[in-house]
Design a protein around this ligand. Structure first.
Ligand code: SF4
Length: 274
């Protein structure tokens, strides 16, 4: 039997008794927590050893981070139906009116209503929709500290960092190398802000994909035989305001948007959609 491939498959393995022995309110919430890496599957005492082993083997495959996000999005939408959205809005710094929670994603309104339906001023990309709901559902809403860390320094970021580098930082650098107006466009189109050069970079831009989860891109131009370089930094509260899986998704989502932007501006050689 192949290993489980996504959060819904994890849910299908569970007892579905909602007994709460794992510390979650429901089996569905537990499946989501395992998928996000917040809980070990062993925390459910009702699973047999064979299932645990089967899942554990699969969890070593980092490519799962990107698998079947649509099913996971559906789980989160179901969960959001069962929470107090007004209280969640207060916690995460969002507005709540007319039964709808709204916050800014890259400077544009992004909303979810009490039935879990999403609406936005921008295209609803699942790479952004999942972190958006995750932020509402699980984020602590801590104020931004303005202490910047790399992805690998975030909690549980170290082992995912090689994949983050491959899927986010390396392709973003390729875009920045070719499409030189990228950073100006990030400021203009996505409400970004150029900041005083950080970590001795040549260009530093801060974006707000979620209000309390800023992302800083630092780019170093090629110099004296050294290649250019690009690193992505997160506020040190990012792993408390969002799950690490969603922090990854935001990076991957931003990267895809940059590639599309470059394509629109006639730079097909930068594009490497996965
Ligand atoms: S312990 Fe297992 S069966 Fe009980 S609620 Fe958690 S996941 Fe469901």
């Amino acid at each position: 039997m192949p290993p489980p491939q996504n959060a819904m498959e994890i849910y299908k393995l569970l007892d579905k008794s909602n007994c709460r022995e794992c510390g979650e309110q429901t089996c569905l919430a537990f499946a989501a927590a395992v998928y996000q890496g917040r809980k070990e599957i062993q925390r459910c005492p009702k699973l047999d050893q064979a299932t645990i082993v089967r899942f554990s083997d699969n969890s070593k495959d980092q490519n799962n981070v990107e698998q079947n996000r649509d099913e996971y999005l559906e789980i989160l939408q179901n969960e959001v139906c069962n929470i107090d959205l007004a209280a969640a809005a207060e916690r995460v710094g969002a507005d709540f009116s007319g039964g709808k929670l709204t916050l800014k994603v890259l400077g544009k309104d992004f909303s979810v209503d009490t039935s879990g339906k999403l609406s936005a001023d921008i295209h609803i990309n699942p790479w952004v929709a999942v972190p958006f709901l995750d932020y509402i559902r699980y984020g602590q809403g801590l104020p931004v500290s303005e202490t910047w860390l790399s992805f690998r320094e975030l909690k549980d970021g170290k082992e995912r960092y090689p994949l983050f580098q491959k899927r986010c930082e390396a392709p973003m650098k390729r875009v920045a190398d070719t499409y030189t107006d990228l950073f100006d466009d990030l400021v203009r189109i996505f409400g970004g802000k150029q900041v005083q050069k950080q970590f001795e970079s040549d260009i530093s831009v801060i974006l707000h994909p979620l209000p309390r989860v800023p992302i800083m891109l630092c780019y170093w131009l090629p110099e004296d035989g050294l290649a250019s370089s690009l690193n992505v930094f997160f506020d040190d509260t990012a792993d408390k305001n969002l799950t690490i899986g969603s922090v990854f998704s935001l990076g991957a989502g931003l990267c895809q948007m940059f590639e599309k932007l470059a394509l629109r501006h006639g730079f097909p050689e930068t594009v490497s959609f996965k």
